[in-house]
Design a protein around this ligand. Structure first.
Ligand code: ZN
Length: 301
């Protein structure tokens, strides 16, 4: 997947949707695989059927939130009071919902604004609680705030271990409408009172959003038949483990720095193996020092 890849015209792993129609929610795209892309490489694991390549809910969530935040900030960067006022206000609002967040200018992006890259749990807080309408005035601000909250709610449903058929139908309906709202065109005459402003452009709809609205509900039904759910295929536990390993490596003194001859991965794994061994065999991690007083001993005898 991806719009900038060599297969960009037919970007989707699950269907023959063309890139310039990825925003279109009035068409239905069945999970039949992509046979339209001519230069498509063979599957990495031919033993796995096409229908068993399940989209990862964590990355669907993370990448769509990235787009929401980027679209939101891009509107604000254009305002001249961004650096002196808005920037600080946003950082304060993030503090209120207990998310560490800052804007900074980086040389690698040619002096453009960049911001703290957030992990999953922080992104959840932001998309659930951040007060968008304080920063974008009028109807458009309210609509964008609702867009964030609706996405959070849809994600909660996607994560449910058991779903009713009616819930899946509703998810399909709501997810498609979510993309429609995301890229709705401006209605009415510009600058008139009855004008209904558009939110973002059709080009801003990403391949992940297409998968989210067009394919996820099909996977929900397919997995439900086998008593499974999307969350069982999530990479979030794997990412957490990776995070723990990285933290252990950079934060720990147990790794021995560069003196060790064995590889870092080897050291991390053997450290972890030892921890597991201690846990299974109930080995105490600390030594309890006992003072044996010879006088007491004599008394007790
Ligand atoms: Zn598709």
């Amino acid at each position: 997947m991806g719009i900038n890849a060599p297969n960009s015209k037919y970007f989707c792993l699950y269907c023959n949707c063309q890139s310039n129609l990825r925003w279109d929610m009035d068409r239905t795209y069945e999970n039949k695989g992509n046979d339209a892309c001519e230069n498509r490489k063979l599957a990495i694991f031919p033993a796995i059927n096409q229908e068993n390549y399940i989209p990862d809910e964590l990355h669907l969530f993370l990448r769509i939130v990235d787009v929401l935040m980027e679209c939101f900030f891009n509107d604000l960067f254009k305002k001249k009071e961004f650096e002196k006022k808005i920037k600080i206000e946003i950082e304060q609002e993030m503090q209120k919902i207990k998310v560490h967040f800052e804007f900074f200018k980086s040389n690698s992006t040619g002096g453009k604004w960049n911001w703290t890259s957030l992990m999953g749990p922080d992104k959840k807080k932001v998309v659930e609680h951040f007060p968008i309408s304080k920063f974008i005035s009028g109807f458009r601000g309210i609509e964008i705030e609702k867009l964030w909250r609706d996405f959070f709610n849809l994600y909660q449903i996607l994560r449910k271990p058991v779903l009713l058929d009616s819930e899946i139908d509703k998810f399909e309906y709501d997810a498609k409408n979510w993309v429609r709202t995301f890229c709705q065109a401006t209605e009415g005459t510009p600058n008139s009172v009855i004008q209904k402003p558009g939110l973002y452009r059709k080009q801003d709809v990403t391949p992940y959003m297409h998968v989210f609205a067009q394919h996820v509900h099909q996977f929900m039904r397919q997995l439900k038949q086998k008593n499974l759910a999307l969350r069982f295929f999530s990479t979030s536990s794997l990412e957490k483990k990776n995070h723990n390993h990285v933290r252990l490596f950079f934060g720990g003194t147990t790794m021995g720095g560069g003196i060790e001859k064995k590889s870092v991965v080897h050291n991390i794994m053997s450290f972890e193996n030892r921890q597991l061994f201690y846990l299974i065999n109930k080995t105490p991690k600390e030594l309890k020092v006992r003072n044996i007083n010879s006088n007491n001993k004599r008394k007790s005898n």
